[in-house]
Ligand binder design. Structure first.
Ligand code: NAG
Ligand code: NAG
Ligand code: NAG
Ligand code: NAG
Ligand code: NAG
Ligand code: NAG
Ligand code: NAG
Ligand code: NAG
Ligand code: NAG
Ligand code: NAG
Ligand code: NAG
Ligand code: NAG
Length: 655
């Protein structure tokens, strides 16, 4: 709060300056003017959930409901999730039956198997999907996987394809760049990747050719001038300050990001994450539940997987299962002044704090760095001044912090809650503790997830390929009795083994043998980013991709998911189905079909370790040959792309 006056002063001077400066679009062609004219009426288009009571970015006080919101202990799933699961599990029956049949396991009648367990939810397979962090690379590679898994994608239900897996899943989790993907799909009413990629008239969604430094474009035409774009963002964030809330660089970052991810005027400043729970298709249990993941980190400290407090955002709640918090807050009312679990009887409730872009920004705070590359960008001087002051206030080493203030868990669970005495909850990028795949919500034993498809687009190696580091981090955490709190995880070998045995270059199953685990844990289908048809190892901090590059990386992710349409292994779709059914077979005492045994022999990590140090840099070869994408694509309408590996020197930390 110290610098509030200064910040407000500079905002005021910016407003003044923008009022007297006539800003012209970069290219005042008739198309630009037409696009601007179109942008006006769009403000009237109401999508499903711009429900912040302020009508804009700022949170607002509201009358508390008769049932005043409370913080709950993490002893069970929320009643909301439990009620929703009854609908959702039932809704997965038909798509899963259809999907398993199409995956065509030899000598196995999936339809009669599923009919046999229809009325026995505890026997049904329970599927979770997880998309890692790694900036736009992770968004695009993860999008390829979700496109392949989505029965709405053209041709995704043809022979050899895996469309329908998404419709069969109970949960979809994203973190950082993977959180942009999940957040974009869900804030746009569960749009398909194909639709988000192709956009629509007047929409700037997924147009990564215009970097967040420039502002949104529609079909290549800039809608707002860069100056107008930044002044709009500044006005929005200052409205939150004016309403009495501390802000951080994450607020600016979340706003900027939203222009690319949320298909609504100005990136939908009044869209909340909790409003996803009000979407009819979510309420009816017709679509999976989304999670975004963040870590708790106090200013001036660092974290690793062994001592991080991991927070999950669902449409219902924000909270953590870790003993270091062990509580959940109703997301819609986060921002209210909770103390010891209650909003004081003389206090009012607040809504609109959980702004969708702010939640996505909170899961990806490492990318605040983007906005701090201020010498190289078009960010106006006044905004740079604000950043400088925010950094002075919090300290340079805290430029990645999202301030969730007031702390919903203030004076709650005093004995073990690390933040019980803190008025603010500071959240950071979900990958900062090394767990760059958002497995956390899916490992909670109360969720009973059987199988997780874990898409890893981490940049662990010099040339931005994954090497299993994220799984190693989650495995290590599962061995610490204090922090794991009941979450078992399959054994995971060291990273040298990943590279030496090629476990980071093709799909690998971990935890196939349920009796070799320390507790109930899902089977993990690890799907590492690798070059199938395009170099998808672009740098985490590259902020700009033309449509050709974007589509090629999405297409590559599609090939990762289908093993190049089954050309690398015609049995792959059946093997995916075997992974889905494995725990269910155990529970129903079903003999494992022969083809599944073959699959498990081929894809399960069998405990072999080769920890010999890896010499030189890991430079994988194309797995399916670089193809002419304009001829081969179903998810892509592009020409060939060539991204040179040498241009992709690693800039980054662990993402
Ligand atoms: C969650 O459950 C509570 C209590 O039943 C209910 O009042 C609330 O409306 C539910 N929230 C959502 C988003 O469905
Ligand atoms: C389960 O879903 C089917 C349609 O797939 C529906 O007819 C049935 O009423 C649902 N049952 C429950 C208990 O929700
Ligand atoms: C996709 O799956 C859903 C859920 O089963 C179904 O309602 C829908 O018709 C399917 N769409 C396509 C294009 O197959
Ligand atoms: C974007 O929003 C417009 C207006 O609501 C809608 O017509 C269009 O289908 C949306 N596009 C996507 C990709 O969701
Ligand atoms: C977490 O562990 C790391 C490595 O041991 C240490 O540097 C850091 O200070 C610890 N952080 C907290 C919050 O305990
Ligand atoms: C185990 O977890 C606790 C809680 O996060 C942490 O304080 C402790 O340092 C961890 N143990 C090791 C060996 O890292
Ligand atoms: C711009 O870059 C120069 C040289 O790297 C550096 O000294 C200066 O602090 C930077 N300015 C800002 C505002 O970050
Ligand atoms: C936690 O401690 C505070 C005093 O610091 C106290 O007011 C509060 O009631 C305690 N909360 C609980 C749940 O015991
Ligand atoms: C794996 O990635 C980690 C994290 O970047 C790195 O420290 C390690 O050297 C890598 N090991 C191999 C074998 O690639
Ligand atoms: C089985 O469990 C042991 C002990 O945890 C572990 O060392 C081994 O790697 C596990 N095997 C597999 C295939 O996961
Ligand atoms: C879809 O599949 C059909 C038949 O295999 C093929 O002719 C067509 O080109 C495919 N469409 C796309 C967009 O890939
Ligand atoms: C299974 C398990 O160990 N649960 C513990 C998680 O942490 C809370 C808070 O410390 C304990 O109360 C649970 O028993």
């Amino acid at each position: 709060m110290k610098s509030l006056a200064l910040v407000s002063a500079s905002i005021a001077s910016f407003a003044l300056c923008s009022a007297k400066t006539i800003t012209l679009p970069r290219d005042a062609s008739p198309q630009v003017l037409a696009a601007e004219a179109l942008a006006g009426p769009m403000a009237a288009v109401k999508r499903a959930f711009p429900n912040s009571p302020s009508g804009g970015y700022a949170p607002k006080q509201v009358d508390c409901p008769a049932n005043r919101p409370t913080i709950r202990e993490a002893t069970s799933l929320s009643p909301n999730e439990t009620a929703w699961l009854e609908l959702r599990r039932n809704h997965t029956l038909d798509p899963m039956t259809s999907w398993l049949s199409r995956m065509n396991i030899s000598n196995f009648d999936a339809t009669s198997y599923m009919n046999g367990i229809r009325n026995n939810v505890s026997a049904l397979p329970n599927i979770g999907l997880a998309v890692s962090g790694g900036g736009y690379r992770a968004l695009m590679n993860g999008a390829g996987f979700l496109a392949a898994a989505d029965n709405r994608t053209n041709n995704a239900t043809n022979r050899g394809q895996i469309g329908g897996l998404l419709q069969s899943a109970t949960y979809v989790a994203g973190l950082s760049g993977g959180g942009w993907l999940v957040g974009s799909i869900y804030t746009n009413n569960f749009s398909s990747v194909q639709d988000l990629r192709d956009g629509s008239k007047g929409s700037s969604v997924w147009q990564f050719g215009n970097s967040i430094f420039e502002g949104p474009a529609s079909n290549g035409i800039q809608i707002l001038s860069t100056a107008n774009y930044f002044s709009t963002i500044q006005d929005e964030v200052s409205s939150k300050e004016d309403a009495g809330y501390n802000t951080s660089i994450t607020d600016y970052w979340g706003r900027a990001l939203s222009y690319q991810l949320v298909n609504a005027t100005n990136g939908g400043p009044s869209y909340t994450f909790s409003s996803i729970a009000l979407e009819p298709n979510f309420q009816s249990g017709s679509i999976p539940m989304p999670f975004l993941v963040s870590d708790g980190r106090a200013p001036g400290t660092s974290i690793v997987s062994l001592n991080s407090t991991v927070y999950e955002f669902s449409p219902f709640e924000l909270g953590s299962w870790d003993p270091t918090t062990y509580a959940f807050a109703p997301l819609q009312y986060v921002g209210s002044n909770f103390s010891a679990g209650l909003v004081p009887s003389d206090g009012s409730c607040v809504e609109g704090f959980d702004q969708a872009g702010f939640v996505m920004g909170t899961s990806s705070t490492l990318f605040n760095q983007f906005l701090l590359q201020i010498n190289t960008t078009a960010i106006p001087q006044t905004l740079r001044d604000i950043f400088t002051r925010l950094l002075t206030d919090l300290g340079e080493d805290s430029n990645d912090i999202a301030q969730w203030q007031p702390n919903p868990f203030y004076k709650y669970n005093n004995a073990t809650n690390r933040n019980a005495e803190s008025q603010q909850l500071t959240l950071v990028d979900g990958g900062e503790d090394g767990q760059n795949i958002p497995l956390y919500p899916l490992l909670q034993p109360m969720r009973n997830v059987d199988v997780i498809f874990a898409v890893d687009s981490s940049a662990d190696t010099t040339y931005n390929w994954p090497n299993g580091t994220s799984l190693v981090a989650t495995y290590q955490r599962s061995l610490n009795n204090t922090i794991e709190n009941g979450t078992a995880f399959p054994s995971i070998p060291d990273q040298n083994t990943f590279v030496n045995l090629g476990l980071n270059n093709r799909p690998t199953f971990f935890g196939c043998n349920a009796s070799n685990l320390t507790g109930p844990a899902p089977l993990v289908v690890y799907l590492p980013n690798a070059p199938y048809i395009a170099f998808s190892n672009v740098s985490t901090f590259d902020p700009e991709y033309n449509d050709t590059q974007r589509n090629a990386i999405i297409r590559n992710g599609y090939e990762v998911a289908t093993l190049a349409n089954g050309t690398l292994d015609a049995q792959w779709p059946a093997c995916m189905a075997c992974a889905v059914l494995s725990r269910s077979f155990d529970r129903t005492g079903t003999t494992v079909p022969d083809e599944c045994t073959q699959c498990f022999n081929r894809y399960c990590w069998n405990g072999t370790v080769d920890s010999t140090p890896v010499e030189g840099n890991y430079t994988p070869a194309f797995k399916a040959g670089e193809v002419n994408l304009s001829a081969a694509s179903s998810v892509s309408r592009t020409v060939t792309m060539s991204v040179s590996v040498s241009a992709m020197a690693a800039t980054v930390l662990m993402l």
